[in-house]
Design a protein around this ligand. Structure first.
Ligand code: BES
Ligand code: ZN
Ligand code: ZN
Length: 492
């Protein structure tokens, strides 16, 4: 993580390698600089320079130019906000900053002209930190990457709320770094036991207890779903429970993550093309571990129980077969008609365990279906629930947090398609509405009285396309900010 400081030094007087400023389309022609502390002459010169280079101030635009006399940083990066006076939302701002910061990999010190509210500080820190992320762990000769530090220039007096916002945003950003690192780690180095160790390490200095079920304990507990999926791998499955129970907790939130450390499909094996991306099939669990970390670091007054159902889905002589019937934690028998629909099997056990605690709100997050990507694409997660208000709460929280999620139904008639001749339920439907069908399967393990939300992040969890805004290629950390937002709401 880069360092962050707030300063009242004017942007032009900060000794940095680069200064980021904002632009917007000017009223007439050209571009208008949105930054404080420049002299009228400097402003005029910079605006002319940016316009000369083709800058219009439109949203997403990034123009680099020499800064000229009287400005300490030699290079200016002008990021277009678009016509923010007409319509402005923080996410538009975060993405604009992110586009600029992504061009600065390898820069030591970046100054940025900030706003005058705590909310603005939060948005600036998150956008800068998330955009500066790189994953070079496995490069033997890594090029200079990331950004050393950011100095945020505040036009007004720096108040306590801004300082608090800075500290909080750093916690959230570093937990998203943790999620991204876990997702990007190659699957040879991230088996279920490694994931459990990673959770322990991340939470070691925080008031969170971590309990891990190994394969023996899973057998005793009756977790047939997790065990069944893990059968094919020489690296056995784990169930991880993280409990953060601060004094004065206002509510109990349960977060449950799919932690398939690699999904080959098992005996119902996937095609070779892009199978490497299935190292990201533990993204839901990465989001849960990261969210618990952030919430504990923030000291939010809400009890949070994080569950991670971790297994490696491999084909082998010991793997489960299509046609196998397993028994989940709550005693439900499931006919495994397709071993590639494994996420719902491991989640069934974790959901069953979580239900016993009767949390106020239970949310699972999973890279569950290819159908999610077909329905909503790479950037928007699907949100399903047995409780309309809970679904709306999660979607609203995601919007506030700057994550894109969209409500989807759980049609009761789909239960028919999951009928099994021989067991209580089959693990696949008829092939239509695959995202919803998976949701309806999970609902089987949730009593109607338990408020439960299912988030399918198959698309947004892993960016296999070009970077955009503050989102790099690879693991994104999707879900973390929404969970922190919900925890904030529940603790208020
Ligand atoms: N992990 C996959 C879903 C996935 C696909 C995530 C692509 C991210 C990108 C999941 O385990 C899976 O394979 N689901 C099957 C279910 C089907 C067999 C009912 C799918 O979506 O094809
Ligand atoms: Zn699968
Ligand atoms: Zn999977």
């Amino acid at each position: 993580m880069p360092g962050f400081t707030l300063t009242s030094t004017l942007p032009k007087d900060i000794a940095a390698d680069v200064l980021i400023v904002n632009t917007t389309p000017a009223k007439g022609k050209g571009v208008e600089l949105v930054a404080h502390g420049f002299t009228p002459a400097q402003t005029k010169r910079i605006e002319a320079e940016i316009a000369e280079l083709g800058g219009t101030g439109k949203n997403g635009e990034v123009i680099k130019c020499a800064s000229g006399t009287g400005i300490k940083a030699p290079v200016l990066v002008a990021v277009g906000l678009g016509d923010f006076r007409k319509s402005f939302d923080l996410e538009q701002f975060r993405r604009a900053i992110g586009n600029g910061v992504r061009t600065l990999s390898g820069t030591k010190k970046v100054a940025i002209s900030g706003g005058h509210s705590a909310e603005h500080v939060d948005a600036t820190v998150l956008a800068c930190a998330l955009a500066a992320y790189t994953f070079t762990e496995y490069k033997s000769k890594p090029a200079a990457s990331g950004v050393g530090s950011f100095v945020i220039s505040i036009p007004t007096q720096i108040n306590a709320d801004m300082k608090k916002a800075l500290a909080a945003a750093k916690h959230v950003a570093s937990s998203i770094y943790l999620a991204r690192n876990l997702i990007n780690t190659p699957p040879n180095d991230l088996a279920p036991a490694h994931l459990a160790q990673a959770a322990k390490t991340a939470l070691a200095s925080l008031p969170v207890t971590v309990k891990v079920w190994d394969e023996k304990a899973l057998k005793t507990a009756g977790c047939g779903g997790i065990l069944g999926v893990g059968l094919g791998s020489s690296r056995p499955p784990r169930l991880i429970k993280m409990t953060y129970a601060p004094r004065g907790a206002k509510a109990h939130l349960s977060l449950i993550g799919k932690g398939i450390t690699f999904d080959t499909g098992g005996i119902s094996i996937k095609p070779a093309s892009k199978m490497d991306e299935m190292k990201a099939d533990m993204s839901g669990s990465a989001a849960v571990i990261a969210a618990v970390t952030a919430i504990a670091q923030l000291g939010l007054k809400v009890k949070v129980t994080g569950w991670v159902a971790a297994a490696e889905n491999m084909p082998s002589g010991t793997a489960q077969r299509p046609g196998d019937i397993l028994t989940t934690f709550d005693g439900t028998t499931v006919e495994v008609l397709n071993t590639d629909a494994e996420g719902r099997l491991v989640l069934a056990d974790a959901i069953g365990m979580s239900v016993l605690e009767k949390p106020d709100l239970m949310i699972d997050i999973a890279t569950l279906t290819g159908a999610q990507r077909i329905a909503l694409g790479r950037r928007i997660a699907g949100v399903m629930s047995n409780t309309q208000s809970a679904r709306e709460q999660v979607v609203a929280a995601s919007a506030l947090a700057g994550e894109e999620m969209w409500g989807m139904p759980l049609p009761a008639d789909l239960r028919e398609t999951l009928k099994s001749e021989t067991a209580d339920i089959a693990n696949i439907g008829d092939g239509l509405a695959g995202m919803l069908s998976a949701g309806v399967f999970l609902q089987e393990f949730v009593p109607d009285s338990q408020a439960w939300v299912h988030i399918d992040v198959a698309g947004p969890a892993y960016n296999d396309s070009a970077p955009f805004g503050y989102t790099p290629k690879g693991g994104t950390g999707a879900g973390v900010r929404t969970f922190v937002q919900i925890a904030r709401e529940l603790s208020a």
